[in-house]
Write a new protein. Structure first.
Length: 718
């Protein structure tokens, strides 16, 4: 009986072994050495090959399978870099990145072509111990049966019915098309999978990126300016050290020699000195350095918060919940500080230009103003646009790099000319080059109107002021009307999808960036400029009671406008509520900002005025234009080059915001020294020699003259 029992057990074991051999379809016996694949995975892998259409892809997958079964290092590296099971999807961890760099580093030499029948012999000969070209794909995987809480899932594109869409990183042969990748993963993962061509990336060592003519031309221009800056700096050092050249240096510094002045305009020494040198305060404008610097820093904080919200996150709900927290309103609603810059632009234009018009008895040539502004703003602007069009896509990498950066490049290639014509906030807004570039267009369009309002006020004081008041009233009413007619949201309210690419937001490109929606701040700035001019000329001192009342009212309106947005994130709202908020919060904020500017520039600011006048703010204030231009690069680079999901918390967010802000100003410093400050100085030299004849006011800039006052517009950006 015992012999019979042992015989039956032996037969049973043989049957089980036999069935396993059939299920793997006669895979090489060396598969027993495999430590990464289960028998079922081998079976699924093998079966999927029958559905692959491209023979090269089928061959390379076959090679990969055999190499995996024999624990060949490159194949194990590929498999180890791929995701097989999601973690944390119930907690809204939608990105399962795998290991991007490990995947692409596995690729070196193409495998030798051979047939499947000779596979075993080839492996024994060691041929397939060389790698095959690989690609990293971030694919959309649909996971059934996971339903988020209704409040969490509302408006979330990852949740579709009872299906959750998760993004997984997969490392596969480069010969496989996106359709073959989808077919293969469908069988391996036993889930529905979709793959976009843009979400598959090759290693740069395989020649996936090449140097184009445009990239070469752009690099040549930048290198030329860099070397020219070095040359001019060396020339400046030579003049400083040469006793015989001291007179030449003094003449150049006093703008008596146009050519030497132009050369020294590119000196790093001179431009750094100007950047940190405090300006004289003839018109009481020094506090605006603090206003500009702090407003820009808070805008950069807001940009960082938006982009981090749209990046792969370990705890998405942290950001979602804090949108409802009034205490972080200065970040959530930080885009209100953009209106501060529009107001400052109008204010400074009136304060500086009106004095010149009075000196010239009403002579004003708007064409010189337009020309001067254009050649100040456009060169550094084109440098940054050119970077988007050429090198940006090639300076980084990551699972979502191509998906996030390639559209930016395509938009700039399509719409760059609209940017430098300053009309891109009305034309082709769905292809906006540089998400923040709308501001320059809006400010420029308003600047085109400002000289005529100024002349009206000078020549027909009462009529001109009536026109200005009418424009303030009209532009303040527009947000009410537009919001009500379109049934739009009360302001730009960020969702996670929009945070991934704000330019895709319908509200952003149809409403938010339009000049007519922002113009009230500029016209209020002109009005505040007139009041400040009046107070300054007549040495008016406002009663203390009035000053205290205005400060109290200003703080209430400013704080209320900034921190009240959280109400619209916490619960549903009606169209009428949205309409009332859209109009009132902008008007209240602009009036509060207007009082701040008026108070600190007319001696009614107290300790606030003293704080804002600190020399600490001077260099940051002068870098605001370049910081505005560079910030998109910093935000896109940092969030698009992520390799892993990041945890968000108050400490982490503070670190991110400070890091992004410092990086932005560091990049702005370089752009300023090589392009913005030198070209601005050259423009100033030319305008001094030719502008006076045309009757244009000779505006001085705080970043380039010892006795300067803040510029009218080139730094008023957000």
């Amino acid at each position: 009986m015992k012999m019979l029992k042992y015989s039956l057990n032996l037969c049973l074991l043989l049957l089980l072994f036999s069935s396993n051999a059939v299920s793997t379809e006669n895979i090489n016996p060396e598969q027993s050495k495999a430590i990464y694949l289960t028998p079922n995975e081998v079976k699924l892998f093998r079966e999927s090959l029958d559905f692959i259409q491209d023979p090269n892809c089928q061959r390379d997958l076959n090679v990969t399978l055999w190499a995996l079964l024999n624990n060949v290092q490159w194949a194990v590296t590929m498999y180890d870099a791929s995701v097989r099971n999601a973690i944390g999807t119930g907690s809204k961890v939608f990105y399962q990145m795998g290991h991007f760099d490990q995947c692409l580093e596995a690729s070196s030499k193409p495998a030798t072509t051979t047939t499947a029948t000779s596979m075993e012999t080839s492996l024994n000969d060691g041929i397939y111990k060389e790698t095959i070209p690989v690609q990293y794909c971030l694919v959309d995987v649909r996971i059934n049966g996971i339903i988020l809480d209704s409040d969490e899932a509302e408006g979330d594109e990852q949740q579709q019915g009872e299906t959750l869409i998760s993004r997984w990183g997969e490392c596969l042969p480069a010969s496989c098309s996106s359709s073959d990748v989808a077919i293969f993963l469908h069988h391996i993962l036993q889930r529905n999978v979709t793959v976009s061509d843009k979400m598959c990336q090759l290693s740069t060592s395989n020649g996936s990126r090449t140097i184009s003519i445009g990239m070469f031309a752009y690099a040549s221009i930048v290198i030329f300016f860099a070397f020219f800056t070095i040359f001019c700096t060396g020339y400046h050092i030579y003049l400083k050290k040469s006793t015989a050249s001291q007179d030449d240096l003094k003449k150049a510094m006093n703008n008596n020699d146009i050519w030497k002045t132009a050369l020294l305009s590119f000196s790093v020494i001179e431009n750094t000195k100007k950047l940190f040198q405090p300006s004289s305060d003839k018109n009481g404008l020094n506090p605006l350095n603090g206003v500009k610097a702090l407003a820009m820093i808070l805008i950069l904080f807001g940009h960082a918060g938006i982009f981090i919200y749209g990046s792969p996150s370990y705890n998405v709900d942290f950001m979602s919940e804090n949108l409802k927290n009034p205490l972080v309103g200065f970040v959530v609603n930080s885009l209100l500080f953009v209106d501060v810059y529009l107001l400052l632009s109008g204010y400074l234009f009136f304060r500086i230009a009106f004095v010149e018009v009075e000196k010239r008895k009403g002579r004003l040539n708007p064409l010189f103003l337009y020309f001067g502004r254009y050649i100040r703003l456009t060169p550094p602007y084109m440098v940054v646009i050119g970077f988007y069009m050429t090198w940006f896509l090639n300076i980084g990498s990551g699972p979502i790099w191509q998906e996030r950066i390639e559209p930016q490049q395509e938009r700039c290639i399509s719409s760059w000319w609209l940017n430098i014509l300053y009309v891109n906030n009305y034309i082709n807004t769905d292809k906006l080059c540089m998400f923040q570039s709308w501001y320059l267009s809006a400010d420029t369009q308003l600047f085109m109107i400002a000289p005529f309002i100024l002349l009206l006020i000078y020549k027909f004081r009462r009529f001109g002021l009536t026109v200005l008041a009418g424009l303030v009233g009209l532009t303040s009413a527009i947000p009410f009307v537009v919001t009500y007619m379109k049934e739009a949201q009360p302001t730009f309210m960020v969702t996670r999808k929009e945070a991934e690419d704000v330019s895709l937001s319908e509200y952003y490109h149809d409403t938010y960036i339009k000049t007519h929606m922002r113009a009230s701040a500029y016209f209020i700035g002109l009005g505040i400029g007139y009041l400040a001019h009046l107070i300054h000329c007549k040495s008016i001192k406002l009663p203390k009671t009035l000053v205290r009342a205005m400060w109290t009212l200003g703080v209430i309106m400013g704080v209320g406008s900034m921190f009240s947005l959280s109400r619209f994130y916490t619960s549903s709202y009606t169209n009428m509520e949205s309409t009332i908020y859209a109009g009132l919060h902008k008007l209240a904020w602009n009036l509060a900002s207007g009082w701040l500017v008026l108070a600190v520039t007319t001696g009614h600011g107290g300790w606030v005025q003293r704080m804002l006048s600190s020399r600490v703010f001077v260099p940051f204030s002068r870098l605001t234009y370049c910081a505005y231009l560079c910030n998109g690069i910093v935000e896109l680079y940092n969030t698009s080059s992520q390799r892993t999901v990041e945890r968000s918390g108050y400490i982490e967010m503070t670190n991110y915001m400070l890091n992004h802000t410092l990086n932005t100003f560091a990049l702005a410093f370089i752009l300023c020294l090589i392009f913005e400050s030198p070209l601005h100085a050259v423009e100033r030299v030319l305008m001094r020699h030719f502008g006076v004849r045309g009757g244009a006011p000779q505006k001085r800039d705080s970043s380039s003259s010892n006795d300067a006052t803040p510029s009218t517009s080139e730094e008023q950006v957000a």
